[in-house]
Design a protein. Structure first.
Length: 337
């Protein structure tokens, strides 16, 4: 994402979330991150265009189904996330325009100076006397050329600093666009890119899909704010089990994925078991009111990537293994046949 647009106090943010959840539950859309984003933007007053369209739809008796929610997200929320890239592009255009102006001025002074030198050389060659006016003009041309070169040098120094700043902003925007804002893990977009690149390379790899067991019950019993706390705790547990060169992504509401690019299926299964055991052994303490939640567990499906696979096929194979783990009683690892 771009720089954080949200500056509410924790109390105001919690109230906005409460209002967003109340409105969201009246819609046929499932409670997922896109839906959260749309309704939070609406109730917080950050997005007038989005609010106007929601009011138009609901005033006519309409509801926001999955398709409509995604359309509003892409049109009004994700668009705001792309503003950082647009600012960078505009900055580069302005910067290059300023450098071009300075270079053009320096070029014009260089042409004038070249002409003055030619006249001076002609006078010297012909033996003509240089009067005071010609000498003064030569000094003025020399001073103008020096000033133009100095201005260009100053502009280039400023441009270098501006390029560095814009590069940092672009890197930050690119990084945030590939990160899940709640857990800090990579998001589905980043994972899809890695999966596609891995399949294209033909390198052996294994896909792990991890799903929190009975997560809907956590939300229903303890509220969505505590559900978010559970998601972050599980994400930290998953990340703590990974080798330093590997990373995890949040690819759905309570679903995580790992692409093990340097290991066999045996190693992938061992990693999955380590993640399962780590999460099962953890206890999550409520921030408000104290107390701990009972055991949180995860189910894990493991599948190898196959040469010629499409990303959808790889995901489907791992998802079937995950479903088998759920069907067998949860809190277990299942390997695809």
């Amino acid at each position: 994402m771009a720089r954080n647009r949200y500056h509410e106090t924790p109390e105001r943010a919690a109230e906005c979330l409460r209002q967003a959840l109340a409105l969201m539950t009246r819609q046929p859309t499932r409670p997922h991150p896109l839906s959260y984003a749309v309704w939070y933007e609406h109730v917080s007053g950050h997005n007038a265009a989005l609010s106007s369209e929601i009011q138009r739809i609901t005033a006519a008796g309409g509801q926001l189904d999955e398709v409509e929610t995604e359309r509003l997200y892409l049109a009004h929320v994700r668009e705001a996330d792309m503003q950082a890239a647009q600012r960078v592009a505009q900055g580069f255009r302005s910067m290059l325009g300023a450098v071009g102006d300075s270079a053009r001025d320096a070029g014009q002074h260089a042409e004038q100076f070249e002409s003055a030198l030619a006249r001076w050389q002609q006078d010297v060659t012909s033996g003509s006397a240089l009067d005071a006016g010609r000498c003064q003009a030569m000094q003025d041309d020399t001073r103008g050329m020096r000033d133009a070169v100095g201005a260009l040098q100053a502009r280039l120094l400023t441009t270098r600093d501006e390029v560095d700043r814009l590069k940092r902003e672009l890197d930050r925007a690119r990084e945030e666009a590939l990160r899940d804002s709640l857990t800090g893990l990579a998001n589905r977009r980043a994972f899809d890119q890695l999966l596609a690149a891995c399949l294209a390379s033909g390198a052996p790899a294994c896909l792990l899909l991890i799903d929190i067991d009975h997560f809907k019950q956590v939300n229903d019993s303890h509220g969505h704010l505590f559900g978010d706390q559970v998601l972050k705790a599980v994400a930290q547990g998953v990340q703590s089990c990974l080798p330093s060169e590997q990373w995890a992504a949040r690819v759905g509401g309570e679903e995580f994925a790992i692409l093990l690019t340097d290991g066999s299926m045996t190693q992938a299964q061992l990693l999955a078991e380590r993640i399962r055991a780590t999460v099962a052994a953890s206890r999550i303490r409520r921030r408000a009111g104290g107390g701990t939640l009972g055991q949180v567990t995860v189910s894990v499906g493991v599948a190898p990537l196959r040469p010629g696979d499409r990303p959808e096929a790889s995901f489907e194979r791992a998802d079937r293994a995950l479903y088998a783990a759920k069907h067998a009683g949860r809190n277990r690892v299942t390997v695809a046949a």
